[in-house]
Structure formats: structure tokens, C-alpha cells
Design a protein. Sequence first.
Lengths: 296, 303
Amino acid sequence: MAVMNAHEARMKRQLLVILLPSMLLLLAFVVYPAIYSVYLSFTNEALTGAGALRPRFVGIRNYARLLNDAKFWNSLLVTFFFVVGSAIIGQFVLGLVAAMALGRSIKFGRIFSSMILLPNAAPEVVAGFMWISMLAGGDNATLSRIVAFFGISPSDWLNTFPLTMIIIVNTWRGIATAMILLMAGLSTIPKEIYEAARMDGATSTQMFRRITLPLMMPTILLYMLISAVSTIAVFGMVYALTRGGPGGATELVSIYIYNQSFTAYQLGYGAAVAVVVLLISVLIGIGYVKAMKVEV
Amino acid sequence: MAAISPVESANKAKGDLLAYATLSIISIFCAIPFFWVFLASLDGNAQLFLRWPDQWTLDNYLKIFVQEDGGKWLFNSLLIVGSTTALVMVLAGLGGYALSRTTAWWKLPFLYGILLIRVLPPTALVVPLYKILLSMNLAEAAVLRPIFGSSTRAIMKWTGFIDGYLGIILVLTAMQLPLALWIMKTFFDGLPRDYEEAALMDGATMVQRIRRVLVPLALPGLAAAGLFSFISAWGDFLLPLTFLSSPELQPLPLGLFRAYLRVNTVDYGFLAALAFIYLLPAVIAFGFARKFLVQTFAGGVKG
């Protein structure tokens, strides 16, 4: 017995040893920076000037400045509309429609789903670049020609409706995520329930509202949490598309952090904005962790 | 099923028609930008809008490698993302195994921890990371300079933390690790312990167990973890934008972005060809990753 215990203790130690490199890397490059950003946010750290040479502790000055910074509030509001418009509404509705249509086991289902998956594979900058073309101004531009069928006059889309356009582009990019998650959720609903309801003469609208939606609620909730946090983190695609412009209309809070830190070189102030975003993400994340029910 | 009434089959046909219609619209919406990139990349006179080329050419692709530094950008991307993927697979393979098999007290806190880490947006971490990497870089330079003198920069190109391959690889790896650890932990959970126990009875050491038993068994899980890390690191723009500055280290995302910003000479054919080259590995990897998608997205749901 004593031999077995010594052996088990060694096993335990070995397991810890092989996990250690991952732990250290996460501590050094994720956990420590997250904590360090709180410290930075109380200093006037900068990349140039006095703050770069002798950073000082400035107390809550950065946060006081935040409260009165119209551009900061604007970026939060833009991010809010972006998350609600693209993740909560756009991707969800189109993803659900696609999932339900593909659930009918129709022909060419694989081709349809491949095409819907494609935007998910596009690197951020390529996605941005492709949409610069789609949304270009002028009569010949792709979107302008498509809407001309419906009698809508062409426009310089990215300058006229900037926020709507980045919402459409991000919806495009994430339909697949919603579709796959919701398809997995739909497949867990037993077919017998629908059969029984049909016997009782239920219409398809009734079945959707009374069966599909309630049974899908846990999946939908989890999807909302995941897509909300991942949409708050969107940077590259929108930056490549608009760089936050025109006039801050598409300046997501992630772009605002980047611009404050690396264009205006105000690291301390950028860190204060980052702390606010980290807090919001962690709050949503706690909901996500609670909903996950980790199996050990 | 023989007794389907005419009304019901008419309803079914109507529903199927509706399904085809909506799927067609959504698919075209999803695919149309890709048509433009593909056609424009082969168009001798490419424009910023979708059109059928009147002169087909491969010049745009040639230009990337002959006139521009596209070959170097591709090499940098492959080196950075390839190393990241390999490192993630090793770390997550070992770590995921440990997380699956351990019974220690830190198991649950660690699992909750990596779930929570997954929600932290990289944009919010980039500012403190920059400061941390900058200090590490200065410290490394202070050690190397007295020894290597003027060739320090040539070494730091590889081992530097800011504007060096090592730094970007480590940060990209750290960003991919939570999901990869999660995939591997779930994978090992589903793997019966009989094989390991048999190996253990034969007196195999930890290293032998990993090499002979676990690596062959874990290949599908490692493939999934590796593919997702590759796709995500390959598509990332923020980290190279922040941590790489010299042109010789520039990977494809920066090459494409900066080529577009050269206002005076916007050559859409060239840009589209570059975008296509950058796009292709991601799409191929995604094709392989497809069968793991449900497990990973939904696996993130069910744990």
C-alpha cells in the first residue's frame, strides 16, 4: 500500500509538471497583464514625453477624465449597438433561420452550409478588404448595383451609414457560429414532440413558439453570452475597414483603446479604458461560466 | 408513413421551397465577397467592384513574389503561425492530459479560470502586454549587447519580445491556449484509461506512456486543437500590428493592410491576389476543421 501511495504521489507531481508550462504562459501573458492594466490605469504612463521617462502615480485622474470624455462614451455606445445589432440580432436571426432550414434535410445542404461557413474562415484583414469593395461608393459598386434592383439609389455606403454597414459585415462573418450552435441545440429536441403537436393540429408558428423556442432557451442564452464577449473583442476587421471613422462613427471601444494607446501614446489612459472593458467582459464571462456547468 | 395526406405533402413542399429560398439568399450574401476577390485577382484591369474580367492574367500573383516582398510576408506568416500551432499542440496536449487525469484540488479552479480567461478581449490586454514585453525586451538587450555588440539586433530579430519572432509567437500561443486546453481536456475525458493502465502495469515511465500510448490516441484531439489555433492565429491582426514594426518581420496581414494604405498606387488586382493567397490556407484548414466544429462550438456549450 505504501508503495502504491508513493507511486500515486509521483503521478500527481508529474501531472502538475506537464501542466506547468501552460500555466506559466497564461499567467505571464494573460493573467498578469490583466492585473497590471489596473496598475497602469492609475499612472500617466506614455510612449513618448514625460510619462515615458518618469511615469507617475496619478490616482484616479484617468478615470475622472474618462467620465468627461465624450469620445469614450461614444465608443461604448457604438460597441453596444454593434454587439446588439450584429451578434444578438443579425447573426442570431440569420443563424437560426439557416439552422432550421438545414434541419429539413433538403438537397445541397452541404453546399449551402459550406458557403455560410466561408466568412468564418476569412482572416480579419481579408474580410475588411473584401467589404471595402462590396460597399464602395459609385454606381458600379457591388452593393449599389444590388440595391438598384429594388429601386434604391446608390450611395457611398461606408460614409453614409457607417455603423449599419459594420453591423452588416460582422453579421456576415458570424452567421456560421450561430448556425452551428443552434443546429446542435435543435438536434437535441426529440422529433416525437413535433409529431404529437402536429397530431393535435398545431400550426408551424405555434410549434415554433411553444416547442422550439422554450426548449432552445439554454442554448440561445449561452450563444448570446459567447457572441457578446467575442463581439466586444472584434478589432481587426473593423479597423481594416474604417479605422474607426468617419468621425468616430465606427470607433468601437477596442479601436478607441488602440488609438489612445498607440496613436496618442497615452498608455495609462488606454489602460483605464481597457480596465472598463475587462470589467464588462468579466461580468458577462461570469454568467457564461455559471451557465457552463463544468464537468470534472 | 404511407398515409400522408395531400394537404400535408403540399405543406412540406411549401416549407422546402421556403427553406431553399432563404438558404440561397443567405449563401449568396456569404459568398459574394469571395467571388470578387477571386475574380479581381485574375483580372488584368481589376476594379473595386465585382465584374467579369475581360483579360485573364496571372500577373497579379507574379507581382506579389517578383516585384513585392510577398514571399517574405508569406514566410513570416508561416513561421510565426506554424511555430505557434506546434507550441500550442505540445502544451495543450500535455496540459489537457493533466487536466483530465488529475484529482488535485486545483483542477476545478483552473478549469473555471481558463473559461474566464477566454472572455478577456485581447484588445484590452494589448496595452499592459506591450509594457511587459517592452521591459523584457530591454532586459534581454541589456544582457546581449555587452556580449554580441553590434550583431545584437540580428539575434533579437529571432529572440526579441518586441519586433522579434519569439515575442509574437509566445503571445499568440498564450491567446490560443485556453480553447486548446479545453478541447484536449474534453478529448482525454472521453478516452478510456485502460490503455494507460496497461502501460503503467508494464512499468512504462511517464515519457514512454506519452510517446507510445497517448500521442497516437490523442491525434484526433490534437488535430482539432491545432487546426483551431492555426485558423485563429493566422487570421489575427491586432497582435502583429502591435508587436511587429520592422518590414522584414511583417507577416501577410500587415503586408496586405499596408499595401492597401499606399494611397498613391492602389492596385486592386495585386491586393486581391495577395488577399487570396492569405485567404487560402485559412479556408483549407477550415475545411479540415469542419468536422470538429460542432464538437468545439457545442462542446464549449456542454463542457
